[in-house]
Ligand binder design. Structure first.
Ligand code: ITT
Length: 212
């Protein structure tokens, strides 16, 4: 008998009534991802490990965003038995040959320390050479092992001092020339309309939707 495309259980994306574990320990990220999904896929039910009362043993960091995102999503799936959604992201500064990149979270002890360290490293770099981008790799893994990956980037310039109160991480020093604001000066709607994270999840959802 001929099998209908899209009716093979091994390949199907999560059912909309199924919970999906959002595998992140970063509250800023978690909030943004929930806001992004409320627009892109409002029927997906994202739950954090804390809400499920489980702990995810995150694997050691690797040199590769996709490998890190897959490892986080897979760990969430293995512990919960539910689909796991994760992303790995970072800030790539051209004058620093792409650093801190995949190691952005560990570049300093907290957000303020990371920003000060970055501004110090760039102290003698002229504005036109302060170009940078955020990169995000998003992964969804199903309990049967099937997975999809999406990628997004957001181009900008590193400022000489922090500006703005919103967002998290490097947002106060990441300036978007098209909007004329740092990411921390943007409303969450403005940031989510442009960010690497939105683009990565839109790319991921597009691949899932067309993988029938
Ligand atoms: P999880 O692994 O638990 O998700 P994490 O913060 O450790 O959280 P990453 O390893 O992916 O996540 O590190 C990403 C870092 O890159 C993050 O901690 C920020 O410092 C920075 N970053 C990524 N996206 C950002 C954004 O939208 N705004 C500001 N900084 C961002």
């Amino acid at each position: 008998m001929k099998r209908k495309r899209g009716h093979n259980n091994v390949r199907n994306p999560p059912h909309i009534e199924e919970k999906i574990v959002l595998a992140t320990g970063n509250p800023g990220k978690a909030q943004e991802i929930r806001n992004i999904f409320s627009i892109l896929a409002p029927r997906w039910d994202l739950v954090t490990p804390a809400e499920l009362g489980i702990e995810i043993p995150y694997p050691p960091e690797q040199e590769d965003y996709a490998a890190n995102a897959s490892a986080k999503a897979l760990a969430a799936t293995e512990v919960s038995g539910l689909p796991g959604l994760a992303e790995d992201s970072g800030l790539e500064v051209d004058a620093l040959d792409g650093r801190p990149g995949v190691h952005s979270a560990r570049y300093g002890s907290d957000d303020a320390d990371r920003i000060q360290k970055l501004l110090k490293e760039l102290a003698s770099t002229a504005r036109r050479f302060r170009t940078a981008r955020f990169r995000c790799l998003a992964v969804l893994v199903l309990p049967n092992g099937k997975s999809w990956t999406g990628e997004g980037i957001w181009e900008g310039v590193i400022t000489t001092e922090p500006r703005g109160e919103h967002g998290f991480g490097y947002d106060p020093v990441f300036f978007d020339p098209l909007l004329g604001k740092t990411a921390a000066e943007m409303t969450s709607e403005e940031k989510n309309a442009r960010s690497h994270r939105t683009r990565a999840f839109a790319d991921l959802l597009g691949k899932i939707n067309t993988d029938v």
